[in-house]
Design a protein around this ligand. Structure first.
Ligand code: HEC
Length: 127
């Protein structure tokens, strides 16, 4: 009887440890993956309107003209993005200012292992 109780508590403790580990690594992963839209007057509104369906990265990667951003914002609004009519122009200006073709290319955040392996490849190929 007491043996049964003991082994059950070991199972419970092991299960709790596994769950804790899983949650901790999921949290660490989500912290690493999350990127913010750049600071600016429209940052908060853009975050609300534009990060509802996808991550910031899909926006951060773009280098578009103002005309292309206008099309992009209108397309997203057609697809369901909620943007106040009065905010549309300011949002387009914010996106064009931060993500135009004269901005440096997007630098994806990498894990340290990723960085190390890229360096190794560079070392190997630099001759
Ligand atoms: C209703 C959901 C939704 C909202 C809100 C939304 N998008 Fe999108 N967006 C999508 C989908 C779906 C895609 C294409 C699929 C994908 O690649 O994930 C996409 C793709 C994109 C792309 C990649 C290029 C393209 O056209 O496929 C950009 C840039 C973009 N969105 C910008 C924005 C901006 C800026 C906002 C805020 C105004 C926004 N999105 C809000 C659904 C949304």
């Amino acid at each position: 009887m007491s043996h049964r109780v003991k082994s059950r508590s070991v199972v419970v403790r092991t299960a709790l440890a596994v769950i804790t580990l899983a949650l901790t690594s999921m949290f660490a992963w989500s912290q690493k993956a999350a990127e913010d839209l750049p600071a600016g007057a429209m940052q908060a509104k853009a975050t609300t309107s534009c990060l509802e369906c996808h991550e910031a990265r899909i926006i951060l990667q773009q280098r578009l003209s103002k005309a292309a951003w206008t099309k992009e914002v209108d397309k997203m609004m057609k697809w369901g993005a909620v943007v106040d009519a009065g905010d549309r122009d300011a949002l387009i200006d914010y996106l064009s200012a931060n993500f135009s073709s004269d901005q440096p290319p997007y630098e994806p955040p990498r894990t340290s292992t990723g960085k190390a392996s890229v360096k190794n490849i560079e070392k190997k190929t630099a001759k």
